[in-house]
Ligand binder design. Structure first.
Ligand code: DAK
Length: 258
């Protein structure tokens, strides 16, 4: 596919996707979401890639769904073409980790896209919000659900009903982002973090991600049961032997990701 709205790079075992619809603050139009779906499919299928970084450019990570594209949409059209659904949820189905490196504005669908990733590293210039209500719509890509789970009902309700933005410090304080990084170091730090993750045994990385995600979708006892079964299954992998052997021999492990 010939990408117009994003750039894909591979650095070692890290795949980096940068949204470059900069002139529109990376507003998420149909073309961009098709390209993002395609890029993630390719990185997910690439055995040489262990972790992905998704970032923006200019002032924005993404300023939301493209308001101009949806301005005159009718309900039959939206329903018929599965509008903002068909190509919007690929990130949530990745088995490899995806880090959102939020460099600036993450609004509406942009905030929702960041929350679909596994964790968010934020630049000190990042700002988050669900301002859909101010343009006559409401969050539709998981904003009301994920934000409430991440930051609690009271703050999520206030953000979604008022449409106000929060800065990086507030986002870190309330648990929306894992860390704040100075703007000039954001991408390097995201890539460094992704390299660490991609250097760990791939099957264990994927199973750990799956187990943590269960915490959001099931009861504690069911989640612990899933964790137990996955944790027992690590003994089926050569990398488990290698990890233990390397520790005993006081040398760095050489993983085969098997
Ligand atoms: N869509 C389209 N274009 C956008 C945009 C957006 N969301 N955000 C910014 N742009 C464009 C502007 O139109 C402008 O383009 P030109 O006029 O130069 O051609 C350019 O980016 C620069 O923006 P501004 O000139 O406005 O820059 P300012 O610094 O003055 O203001 C701003 C920055 C972020 C405060 C402002 O651009 C703004 O308020 N943008 C809109 C933010 C917003 O409301 N985002 C939420 C969009 S609604 C669903 C799933 C998902 C959704 C809905 C349904 N279903 C499953 C059904 C999601 C909905 C949304 O995300």
């Amino acid at each position: 596919m010939n990408y117009e709205t994003l750039k894909v790079e591979r650095r070692g075992r890290v795949g980096i996707v940068t949204l470059i619809r900069t002139e529109a603050l990376n507003a998420l139009n149909n073309r961009l979401m098709d390209e993002l779906t395609h890029a993630i499919d390719a990185l997910e299928a690439d055995e040489a890639i262990g972790c992905m970084v998704l970032t923006g450019s200019g002032r924005a990570f993404a300023a939301g769904a493209d308001i101009k594209e949806m301005a005159f949409k009718t309900y039959p059209e939206a329903f018929g073409e599965d509008f903002l659904t068909r190509n919007w949820e690929r990130v949530t189905r990745t088995r490899k980790p995806v880090i959102a490196a939020v460099n600036g504005l993450a609004l509406g669908g942009g905030c929702e896209l960041a929350m679909m990733c596994d964790f968010i590293l934020a630049s000190d210039k990042a700002r988050f919000g669900q301002p859909e209500i101010k343009v006559g719509v409401m969050p539709g890509a998981g904003g009301t659900q994920r934000l409430a789970r991440f930051i609690g009902k009271s703050k999520a309700m206030e953000m979604c009903l008022s449409g106000r933005m929060m800065d990086a410090e507030e986002a870190e304080r309330c648990g929306l982002v894992s860390r704040i990084v100075p703007d000039s170091q954001l991408l390097d730090e995201a890539i460094r973090t992704a390299e660490v993750i991609a250097g760990h045994p791939q099957p264990m990385v994927m199973m750990t991600k799956e187990a943590v995600n269960r915490a959001y979708e099931t009861t504690l006892s069911e989640g612990v049961r899933v964790e137990r079964r996955l944790a027992q299954s690590v003994f089926a992998f050569a990398d488990q032997r290698e990890g233990a052997q390397a520790f005993i021999e006081k040398r760095p492990p050489k993983y085969k990701h098997r």
